[in-house]
Design a protein around this ligand. Structure first.
Ligand code: SAM
Ligand code: SF4
Length: 329
């Protein structure tokens, strides 16, 4: 098992398949100038599958989520999913994507064994989309979402980040649209993980702001006994059900004490938290001929060092050296 000194057990592995992306969301990446990882530094498909196999068969991981950067930019993604689906025990697999390219790949991913997708979409307005992502791809995302639903990659979840002055008035419209289209909407508070270090606590839209805004149009009931378990989203039943809406308040309502995650970057580093300063190098071990036991041992040691919390509340908080796109969001 991957256990830490606070008794938390990691069962959910986030795997970044690439740090590259075809969008430039303002809260994530600068317009230009971000240095990509060099090709030889990236794990190969075989190396990724081997690490996932060790995690699933030896370390108790039951849930694998592929992310990035934009994971659909990884040419081998369908093959990686297919090989992971053949592992014993078979992990549940999902994908966090901006949706571009999903129209083409949804059926293949489903057939390879992917269970679900989370698609990121912050706005229903194409002009605001272009301002927020610096690209004209709104239609591609909407088509990708539909393709995912048609392919049965359900429940399709939609992640939205609200930014002041851009889309902070859109929470009720996004929820009405999600309910109508059978997507499960989750709002994510903006976190200090952008490459250009532009996050400001003062300006951010909080979970409370989001809920207030939704309550102007919907009746929200906290989900049964308010249990959140290890899930980061607090969920509410919308207008009596069956639809739900989630809010992930990583900054103002942290869930660190119930965290069940471990992360693998595209260049083979283990991170115990998005906000960790430390990484543990599994790639070096892999490439110097380490056995499965030795790699599992390194992973367990990394987990043992996991901190109690993100440190966001600490005035001395330091943003991680690498941005979200490189860590894997
Ligand atoms: N490119 C894919 C996508 O956008 O879904 C996967 C990677 S992206 C880093 C994963 C999620 O992180 C997205 O839902 C995105 O909106 C969110 N995200 C990125 N930067 C963020 C930030 N600074 N604060 C909060 N969420 C952020
Ligand atoms: Fe790309 Fe996702 Fe970052 Fe947007 S949030 S720039 S889609 S990695």
């Amino acid at each position: 098992m991957l256990i830490d000194t606070f008794g938390r057990v990691a069962t959910d592995l986030r795997v970044s398949l690439t740090d590259r992306c075809n969008l430039r969301c303002t809260y994530c990446m600068p317009e230009e100038g971000l240095q990509w990882l060099a090709k030889p530094d990236l794990l190969s498909d075989d190396e990724i599958v081997r690490l996932i196999r060790i995690a699933v068969t030896d370390l108790g991981i039951t849930e694998v989520r592929f992310t990035g950067g934009e994971p659909l930019l990884r040419p081998g993604i369908v093959g990686i999913v297919e090989r992971c689906a053949a592992l014993e025990p078979r992990p549940r697999m999902s994908l966090t994507t901006n949706g571009i390219g999903l129209e083409r790949t949804a059926v293949a991913l489903r057939e390879a064994g992917l269970n679900r997708v989370n698609v990121s979409l912050d706005t229903l307005r194409p002009d605001v989309f272009q301002t927020m992502t610096r690209r004209k791809r709104h239609g591609d995302v909407l088509r990708g979402l539909e393709a995912a639903r048609e392919a049965g990659l359900t429940p399709v979840k939609v992640n939205a980040v609200l930014m002041p002055g851009l889309n902070d008035d859109e929470a009720p419209d996004l929820l009405a649209w999600a309910v109508e289209n059978d997507y499960e909407l989750r709002f994510i508070e903006q976190m200090p993980l952008d490459a250009q270090h532009g996050w400001k606590r003062d300006g951010m839209i909080t979970a409370e702001d989001i809920l207030k805004s939704l309550l102007t149009r919907f009746e929200l009931t906290a989900e049964e006994n308010g249990e959140r378990g290890s899930a980061p989203a607090e969920r509410w039943i919308v207008d009596g059900g069956p639809h739900r809406v989630g809010v992930i308040g990583s900054v103002t309502r942290p869930f660190c004490s119930a965290c069940d995650r471990t992360r693998l970057t595209a260049d083979g580093q283990i991170r115990t938290c998005l906000f960790a300063q430390e990484e543990s190098d599994l790639r070096a071990a892999l490439r110097s001929g380490a056995t499965d036991e030795e790699i599992g041992g390194l992973w367990k040691t990394a987990m043992w060092g996991k901190k109690a919390g993100s440190g966001l509340d600490d005035p001395a908080f330091l943003q991680p050296r690498r941005p979200m796109s490189a860590i894997g969001g």
